[in-house]
Design a protein around this ligand. Sequence first.
Ligand SMILES: [Zn+2]
Length: 145
Amino acid sequence: MYGILYWLVAVGSATSWHLRQVRVLAELADERTYLGVPPVSWTTGPKSHWRVPLGPNRYLTHPWRLREALAEADRAEYGPMPEGRQLCYHCQLPTNEPIPVDAEARTNGVGQITYACPTHAPLYPTDQHPRTLTSAPATEHEGRR
Ligand SMILES: [Zn+2]
């Protein structure tokens, strides 16, 4: 189980990603984000640390590869992205990040899927809470396969 993961990518290389549970900080031209980073020597948890140790010419993540890995994790976790925007079961607002929280299986094979926005997905009353991104991308990124 992982908490929040951050990747550093070149400015402007991650626009229009539209991945569920993924935020692109400073995506907008007039947006500023200050992100506290741990000292270079912090390379193990549980406190915030560098999973990939920082080094010369090795602080930016390749944006295409990262996007591919995140998109794969998105599909693995949440299934295919539904067509169009879906309404959140809780706030009834359309969301660009529809997270499936429940699927009603029907005999004819066409199930009704309940979606939630990222804010309300954890609130859905079920034993099986939506999981965060798996460790697959992180593992791949670190070359630990
Ligand atoms: Zn909602």
